[in-house]
Design a protein around this ligand. Structure first.
Ligand code: NAP
Ligand code: GCO
Length: 266
């Protein structure tokens, strides 16, 4: 048996949401290098033009769509267009997400809801849009981008932790509900990854020293570094490929060991 064949995504269509840059872009690049045709979405013209140029520079023929993942009609339209342009979606990566770092007692209900809408309800909307086709074809892969906050809490991220904890359970529920149709739904739980989302936590201080949160993360991570988006490529290819056909409802944490570690001794 050629085990490497099981990791091939040749002939598959992968849709990665919010993949103009950051983690989504790296995951799309990983899936493309395993052979998948890539579709991605973003919300603005500026990001679209930059993303198309960045994919082209990597030699990837990605197709970009304008779509806000919280809008069910836009999502339905995008899925239909992808089916027409590239073929039915075999692999969906629910990556688009936001965070708001606000102490809970100061957070408005609207702010809390916006995070839940994008980080939890949108993966429901996206998955609901591709599942009927996957059921019909008796094949499909859904990968939800979870977080350390699917397991842990911390100051200021109550909405994000609620959404990512919920996304972990949505993952397990999709696996439970549709596993009989040869559909696998798994999550990737990235550790602290250097992207625009975490840039404010890494900004050097006025005197040039490390941001205290930056030092805190280095101390909390056995690997003693932030992750790069590229660190997530291997997990994404595995969970998108036949190699993981009997893996379902699992969250694969790619965190440099954070969840295994009690923290540096004093
Ligand atoms: P990022 O750099 O901020 O990128 C997020 C992407 O999501 C952007 O392209 C953004 O597009 C898109 N997006 C947000 N809301 C959207 C919407 N309503 N419709 C369509 N696209 C939308 O974040 P990242 O660090 O790459 O994170 C990607 C995912 O990984 C997120 O789900 C995040 O929570 C998760 N994650 C990140 C880390 C980390 O340490 N960085 C760790 C664990 C999990 P716009 O430019 O239009 O806003
Ligand atoms: C934060 C961070 C995290 C990470 C990530 C960890 O403020 O604590 O933004 O939430 O982005 O999700 O896995």
């Amino acid at each position: 048996m050629d085990i490497m064949k099981k990791f091939s995504l040749e002939g598959k269509v992968a849709l990665v949401t919010g993949a103009a840059y950051g983690i989504g872009f790296a995951i799309a690049e990983g899936l493309a290098s395993a052979g998948a045709k890539i579709a991605f979405n973003c919300r603005g013209e500026k990001h679209m033009q930059q993303a198309l140029a960045d994919y082209a520079a990597k030699g990837i023929e990605a197709k970009g769509y304008f779509c806000d993942v919280t809008k069910e009609d836009e999502v339905r339209e995008m899925i239909a267009s992808i089916e027409k342009d590239l073929g039915p979606v075999d692999i969906l990566v629910n990556n688009a997400g936001i965070i708001k770092r606000i102490p809970m007692t100061e957070m408005s209900t609207d702010e809390f809801s916006e995070v839940i809408d994008i980080d939890l309800i949108a993966p429901f909307i996206m998955s609901k849009a591709v599942l009927p086709g996957m059921i019909e074809r008796h094949h499909g892969k859904i990968i939800n981008i979870c977080s350390m906050m699917s397991e842990l809490g911390r100051e200021t991220v109550s909405a994000y932790a609620s959404a990512k904890g919920g996304l972990k359970m949505l993952t397990k529920n999709i696996a439970s509900e549709y596993g009989a149709y040869n559909i696998q739904c798994n999550g990737i739980g990235p550790g602290y990854i250097a992207t625009p989302q975490t840039a404010p936590l890494r900004e050097p201080q006025a005197d040039g020293s490390r941001h205290p949160f930056d030092s805190f993360i280095i101390a909390k991570t056995p690997a003693e570094r932030w992750g790069d988006p590229e660190d997530l490529m291997g997990a994404a290819v595995f969970l998108a490929s036949e190699a993981s056909d009997f893996v379902n409802g699992h969250i694969l944490y790619v965190d440099g060991g954070i969840l295994a570690y009690i923290g540096k001794q004093p």
